[in-house]
Design a protein around this ligand. Sequence first.
Ligand SMILES: NC(=O)c1ccc[n+]([C@@H]2O[C@H](COP(=O)([O-])OP(=O)(O)OC[C@H]3O[C@@H](n4cnc5c(N)ncnc54)[C@H](O)[C@@H]3O)[C@@H](O)[C@H]2O)c1
Length: 250
Amino acid sequence: MQKCAIVTGAARGIGLATAKQFLEQGFAVALVDRDEPELNKVIEDLRENVIGLPYDISIPENAEAMVADTLNAFGRVDVLVNNAGVADFGPIEETDFTRWRRVMETNLDGVFLCSQAATPALKETKGAILNIASISGLRASTLRVAYGTSKAAVIQLTQQQAAELGEYGIRANCVCPGPVRTKLAMAVHSQEIIDAYHDAIPLNRYGTEDELANVITFLCSDKASYVTGQIVAVDGGFQSTGVGLPALRV
Ligand SMILES: NC(=O)c1ccc[n+]([C@@H]2O[C@H](COP(=O)([O-])OP(=O)(O)OC[C@H]3O[C@@H](n4cnc5c(N)ncnc54)[C@H](O)[C@@H]3O)[C@@H](O)[C@H]2O)c1
């Protein structure tokens, strides 16, 4: 029977690239995104072996509905990629509770809710959860009090999931992207930030959506059948670099 992946935040960016790679690998894919017009366009283009689910995944009933609709359409869930995320960069004193919650409800609550809702179906297939965090969850930085904290929590949540769900054969791993030129990143990266990232990243460049999707789909595949609880930075070397001062470069 055809395998099935759910990808949240799949109407564009890293989520869309991931959904396309799963399709190339023979999966049926449920693409979930609250941007309904964009999602409809994507579904029209992709056509076969896909459904579009226009849900906001931060709402508990929607997480349940997302799984129920996927089971109705494809009969099983083998993979859940919790990719939907929002970025909001601001100083601590200007991050009011509304801004804090707006980030937490998608980036953290959504990952918890969708994973919980998919767990019974994933038990059936001995499936895989793949959470998208960020280098901002691995290394602290200015202006990321909400975003960085939400992503650090996703890293811990992944390890909790791996610890508890392993006995059912469910694997849980986490990918931490470095900068990728998506709509999310370009909304908060000025030219100055882009230049500074180039200086701080050993590979000297941004990553691409496909470079992220390559690792995401690998960790969800049978080739990674003994890998769980892992946090993989796909970041051109940013996280591993301590004294990576541009002044020390040749
Ligand atoms: N692009 C980067 O530089 C970068 C770096 C580190 C981590 N990430 C993470 O990668 C993931 C994907 O980011 P991207 O850059 O592709 O962003 P993007 O903005 O291009 O795509 C994100 C998609 O998620 C959807 N979405 C957001 N909140 C949602 C919700 N509550 N319910 C349903 N859909 C929702 C949006 O509508 C959008 O289509 C995010 O979790 C992000 O934090 C991105």
